[in-house]
Ligand binder design. Structure first.
Ligand code: KG4
Ligand code: ZN
Length: 381
């Protein structure tokens, strides 16, 4: 994975991510049966566009990241995110097409994230995709953001096929799912309160590491002792695969308050390492237990938290010990990007899913209640 980065005048980071394997392939290599998808993602603070062929071959992957703009506020400011998406989206799409060596004529469909996410942010991508579909007559496909994260695993693991267990842990969601078939997802566990990424972000803020919390805790933890503090690992008796991180977050906040009251210094690295160990232990044990119970020997991880170095190491170790094949996207494909939307969009396209031009953004779209349209027929599954 090769990344070209450029910091623009407004602080936005423009990235072009190249999969070396595919970088020499252009429209000239296209075969009759190939399906080439232009994918768009704008659900939070990354404006992204990609061209993906046959669900697994990334011809281009462009990300315009606003992280630097939101850092001063300690988190994503929705209004600023939407306005930046409006500014950046056309440039990202232009760059994605150019880099892939294709034009809109070579595209078979436009796929876009239509939920969940920030409504104003989602609307920018949705409106753009609808405009392209209307102007070119190419089919429009709405993609669930979390399904996109799961499908990021298909890009670098060409041999990965369902069924497999997947842990999806991002800023707003924690899900443990079984991917029964392409686009057929069974939820077996989910967050009862804070999502894993949300817990990382809140704890990072509390110990003074700031935003974005996940990568900062990951880095600080490398200098800390993971056994310095014993934080709780919540188990929910009637739903053993569900997650609850709010008790853990409260335990960290209580410790900080106590230390402050006693005039002690906050041991950032030790707290980061001990907190991270608790989260990782729960994520790993739930995932491995699910593989065992359901008799599935393939485990994948996805979402921003899947780029956590400790999670990746521990998951690999436990998978090896239990005879499970472990799959994970490169860290750059774990966080928000459009290549994953192109991968998910391809499998929806193959199933005949088509959206009409009345597609809308659905900010709270849940994974288990996904609207699909097969040639105009609307279903909820
Ligand atoms: O998937 P994502 O990019 O956006 C959402 O769909 O939410 O995930 C963002 C989340 C944030 O909470 C961020 O702190 C977390 O993923 N994250 C990490 C790491 N990198 C990003 N958490 C732990 N360790 C990391 N290295
Ligand atoms: Zn995401």
């Amino acid at each position: 994975m090769q990344i070209d980065k450029n910091v623009e005048n407004d602080g936005v980071i423009f990235m072009s991510i190249k999969d070396e394997e595919n970088s020499s392939k252009t429209s000239q290599d296209q075969e009759e049966s190939d399906v080439t998808i232009l994918a768009i993602e704008s659900s939070c603070d990354e404006t992204a566009a990609a061209v993906v062929r046959n669900g697994r071959q990334v011809l281009s992957n462009i990300i315009s990241s606003q992280i630097a703009l939101h850092t001063v506020y300690g988190g994503v400011v929705p209004e600023i995110a939407s306005r930046k998406h409006v500014e950046k989206i056309n440039g990202c799409i232009r760059a994605a097409l150019d880099e892939a060596g294709v034009t809109l004529k070579d595209i078979d469909a436009v796929a876009v994230t239509y939920g969940p996410g920030l409504v104003g942010a989602l609307l920018v991508g949705v409106s753009e995709a609808k405009a392209i579909s209307f102007a070119t007559g190419k089919p429009l496909i709405g993609v669930h953001h979390i399904e996109g994260h799961i499908c990021a695993n298909f890009i670098e693991n060409k041999e990965l096929e369902p069924p497999f267990v997947c842990l999806v842990a991002s800023g707003g969601h924690s899900h443990l799912v079984i991917v029964r078939d392409y686009g057929e997802i069974e939820i077996i566990g989910q967050a009862r309160d804070d999502a894993a990424g949300e817990a990382f972000d809140k704890v990072a803020r509390a110990i003074g590491l700031g935003y974005p919390g996940g990568p900062k805790i990951d880095k600080a933890a490398r200098e800390g002792n993971p056994d310095a503090y014993s934080f709780p690992r919540a188990q929910i008796p009637d739903a053993k695969y569900d997650f609850s991180f709010s008790g853990l977050k409260s335990a960290v906040l209580n410790l900080i308050n106590q230390d402050k009251m006693q005039g002690k210094e906050i041991r950032q690295a030790d707290i980061a390492a001990s907190f991270q160990k608790s989260v990782v232990e729960v994520l790993v044990s739930h995932s491995v237990e699910a593989c065992r119970e359901y008799g599935i020997d393939k485990l994948a991880i996805a979402g921003g938290v899947a780029s956590n170095s400790c999670l990746r190491q521990q998951m690999e170790k436990e998978c090896t010990a239990n005879g499970i094949s472990f799959y994970r996207p490169s860290p750059m494909l774990c966080t928000d990007n459009a290549a994953m939307i192109g991968a998910a969009g391809y499998y929806e396209y193959k199933k005949g899913v088509r959206f009409d031009l009345d597609m809308n953004a659905v900010p709270n779209l849940s994974l288990g209640q996904r609207e699909r349209r097969f040639h105009g027929r609307k279903t909820i599954d």
